[in-house]
Design a protein around this ligand. Sequence first.
Ligand code: ADP
Ligand code: ADP
Ligand code: ZN
Length: 217
Amino acid sequence: MNIILMGPPGAGKGTQAAKLVKEFGLTQISTGDLFRKAHREQTSIGVISDYFSKFGRLVPDDFTNEMVYDYLKENMNNFGNGFILDGYPRTILQARELEYFEESLGFKIDAVINLDVDFDVLKKRLSGRRTCKNCGATFHIMYKPPKVEGVCDNCGGELYQREDETEAAVKVRLSTYEGQTRPLIDYYKMKGMLTNINGDQSMDDVYSDIKKCLEAL
Ligand code: ADP
Ligand code: ADP
Ligand code: ZN
């Protein structure tokens, strides 16, 4: 089963994807994580994406599509029970490109799940988010505090606050979402692929709604 997990920054995509990985043996593909890895390694895509990501803007479609295509192609046989796209597609052009990838690499997207959360809630989630430098796991200083402050529960890695989590960058990210990503909701609704889920519930309740949706498939 291959699914797209959509939603604005801070909606809980990463949090829910981690639960699905654990329970169903799916592989999480987070473009945000791929860009941050490229940044740490200062590869050419890392250098290019820095310029956009730092300010909360999207990396241009052609770079993003190429990175995703290469990743899918290289790992096509290693996805276990399927994959979860977390943070891709984020524009209509990316969605169109993904359809081309389905044909050329021979896979199918089975469902699109959209996590719906109001902007006021998102701002609180983003400002309190802490991310593991080592494994990318996310925590929250109030809603999901790590057992030891500043230390990842999963791997013992150091937790940090992302560079694009300043108030200014968050503002840009939310308005970028409105302008470029929100139109995808209607796109997938028209294709009959979309399930909308209220993301403003406890993490466990959101997860149980996602499971209900997947079981119905
Ligand atoms: P995304 O991947 O969509 O940007 P995350 O999964 O990283 O979002 O979640 C953003 C922040 O909000 C994290 O700090 C996370 O711990 C917290 N969070 C996620 N889901 C919930 C929830 N249902 N209730 C409260 N906080 C949440
Ligand atoms: P969040 O978890 O808050 O939704 P991500 O970690 O997914 O944010 O993304 C961080 C940054 O990486 C984005 O602000 C953007 O610069 C870049 N990025 C991630 N996915 C995409 C994409 N599909 N298209 C363009 N840029 C992307
Ligand atoms: Zn970790």
